[in-house]
Design a protein around this ligand. Sequence first.
Ligand SMILES: *Cc1c(COP(=O)(O)O)cnc(C)c1O
Ligand code: SF4
Length: 362
Amino acid sequence: MPKTHELVWSDWRSQLKHRIHTLEDLRQWISVSPDEEAAIEQSARKYRWSITPYYASLMDKNDPTCPIRQQAVPHSGEFQTFANADPDPVGDTYYRKTNRVVHKYPDRIILLITEACAVYCRHCTRKFHTTDLEGSYFETSEAASWEADFEYIASHPEIRDVLLTGGDPLTYGDEKLELIISRLRQIPHVEIIRIGSRYPVLLPQRITPEFCAMLEKYHPVWLNTHFNHPKEITPEAAEACDRLLRHGIPVQNQTVLLKGINDDLETMKTLLKELLKIRVRPYYLYHCDNVTGVSHFMTSVETGRQIMRGLLGHMTGFAVPQYIVTTKLGKIPLWEEQYHADEDGYWLENYKGETMRFSDAP
Ligand SMILES: *Cc1c(COP(=O)(O)O)cnc(C)c1O
Ligand code: SF4
């Protein structure tokens, strides 16, 4: 273990304080490849990078293709130019109504509460907002007043679902999060509060009993997290999810389909089975968006559909996520159509490719 004598492993603030963000620090954990070293050098002018000691401890010391390393250590692909890459292919900035509110769907919004994260995932969809040294979706600043944001929600009675995201909301301490959540709870039409956070994966020590007890006061609260590879399902991560679940907070998972990390059936099946074992329900499998600095992680839709064909019917029904691409028009399912029409009516196809005729409502 590297020189971390002041680091208190179980203390999330101490972990944040001792994050790895220099080449010198990183060398204490892994043998840095020439590509990684060059990318780290280039990142100094372009992209943040920062790795918690906990997440670094999961990295393979000698293998640059390690799925943890690829998600956390800068790579030359981030600086290549790809056709049609866009800093905001999903249109967050287009649908932004106030500094923090993105209102894209009829009944729900996302509240971008911060730009900060525990680890700056190299494949982040909001890479411009979180990781780009020059970028932000905030009109003014992260510290700007919240009044316009709360006012927007309060004056739109159709908003029944508020999803806190960012960046990673759990980067804030419990006190600040409680101020935000309790304020949302004063708005009668906000029925559910959701939190999108990768802390269970990147720094599970953040999920303290005190944090869970705070959230529990504001039910119904749901949490979506982001496991991409079975290696991430450690005893600490399992414990963090268990703690949330025991406080009545359902935990669901959103995976991004990433080339060379999880874009093969066996890895995906293992990930989904391991999630069920820790009682985390798979929710979405996102096709990787063509985000500037992320394109090198993209894999083909056909690969994604083949994986889906290997899951549907072969695994517990709720182990199978919805395969989705997020676009400016919203989230769009990409999986196989099993219901077909022809001139004689309808036919169905099962996971083995067997077909049958089907009568619609008479
Ligand atoms: C993904 C997303 C949501 C939540 O969508 P669900 O399908 O309900 O999980 C809400 N707002 C925006 C802008 C989103 O991108
Ligand atoms: S934790 Fe989430 S928001 Fe932050 S860099 Fe990773 S994927 Fe992006």
